[in-house]
Design a binder for this molecule. Structure first.
Ligand SMILES: [Cu+2]
Length: 322
């Protein structure tokens, strides 16, 4: 077992499987590696045997006759019992891993995650809502899933867990993240036009950072709207590309005194910077391009990343940059 883990599991993890973010991911990979090796061996025996017999028993002359063979009981028992044993091993092994995966730990931190065309929203017990799912490391976390519209599926490849979000009922899954870092959450059930963009970040942080994050998020709701916008501007890394207190351009144009201006567009003509222009600039950066900046724009789209309330706060903040 130890050698198996060492050889196969490492090989899998380092080559063609996503990073292993949980212990369950390791047990899934072990089983998968076992299946893969058994399949390779069976394939070699089957195809190899076929080629060998085809050559050995090829009719060599016109009156060459093959011996008349009906069956061989020993052989038949062998090729029935050996695969049966292998299948039972796979079944038992799979059952143990699946049982682990589906038994919700009683002490888990519970997070409500709702799927909606086309984003996931996490809600914590203290009322914090977030588009990123932030969890503490080495702690059991239970995700309770719901859907506001159609079928979605919550999938974290690095954790090897997946569960459908079904309209009209709760489903759940759990994990215990063992590595700090950022992992992708995908929607794994086709759910409409922007299904492929239904991606969320799952951030695994230390317990201390988690507590800090949860407190600061819960305070955010009580701030004035423009103040909230300022916070989002920092946490969404807008500040890495935009100046807000002087007119110098960075990667993107300065947002200082932007509101109300006429922007010259690469597409031709101008556009007045109003609320809808700001909204479009943030949610669909490729819609219009300001003269002097690259087309296509390096600014990522925040469609599905920002809630309406966060977007309104950002716009309010940008309007106030005078
Ligand atoms: Cu979806």
């Amino acid at each position: 077992m130890a050698i198996w883990t060492l050889l196969m599991n490492r090989a899998m993890a380092d080559t063609f499987m996503p990073e292993q973010g949980t212990e369950i991911a390791k047990s899934v990979d072990n089983l998968y590696a076992f299946l893969l090796v058994v399949s390779f061996i069976s394939c070699a025996i089957l195809i190899g045997g076929m080629i060998y017999f085809a050559m050995k028993y090829k009719r060599k002359t016109a009156n060459d006759k093959t011996a008349y063979i009906t069956h061989d009981t020993r052989l038949e028992v062998l090729w029935s019992v050996v695969p049966l044993i292998i299948f039972m091993v796979v079944f038992a092994w799979g059952w143990v891993v699946f049982h682990d995966m589906r038994t919700m730990p009683a002490d888990a931190l519970e997070i409500q995650v709702t799927g909606k065309q086309w984003a996931w929203t996490a809600e914590y017990k203290n009322g914090v809502k977030s588009v990123d799912i932030v969890v503490p490391v080495n702690r059991n976390v239970k995700i309770v899933l719901a859907s506001e519209d159609v079928l979605h599926s919550f999938y974290v490849p690095s954790f090897r867990i997946k569960m459908d979000a079904i309209p009209g009922r709760y489903t759940n899954l759990w994990f215990n993240a063992t590595k700090l870092g950022e992992f992708h959450v995908f929607c794994a059930e086709y759910c409409g036009t922007t299904h492929s963009g239904m991606i969320t970040r799952l951030k695994v942080v230390s317990q201390e950072d988690f507590d800090k994050w949860l407190t600061s998020e819960s305070e955010i709701g009580t701030l004035p709207i423009a103040e909230r916008g300022r916070k989002y501007f920092q946490t969404r890394a807008c500040a890495s590309c935009h100046n807000v207190d002087n007119p110098a351009a960075k990667v993107g144009p300065s947002l200082y005194q932007l509101y109300g201006k006429e922007e010259a567009l690469i597409e031709g003509g101008t556009a007045k910077v109003d609320d809808n222009y700001l909204r479009e600039s943030i949610m669909d950066p490729q819609a219009k391009h300001v003269v002097g900046f690259p087309k296509p724009s390096p600014m990522p789209s925040f469609q599905g990343q920002l809630s309406e309330s966060e977007l309104a706060a950002l716009i309010e903040y940008i309007k106030g940059l005078k």
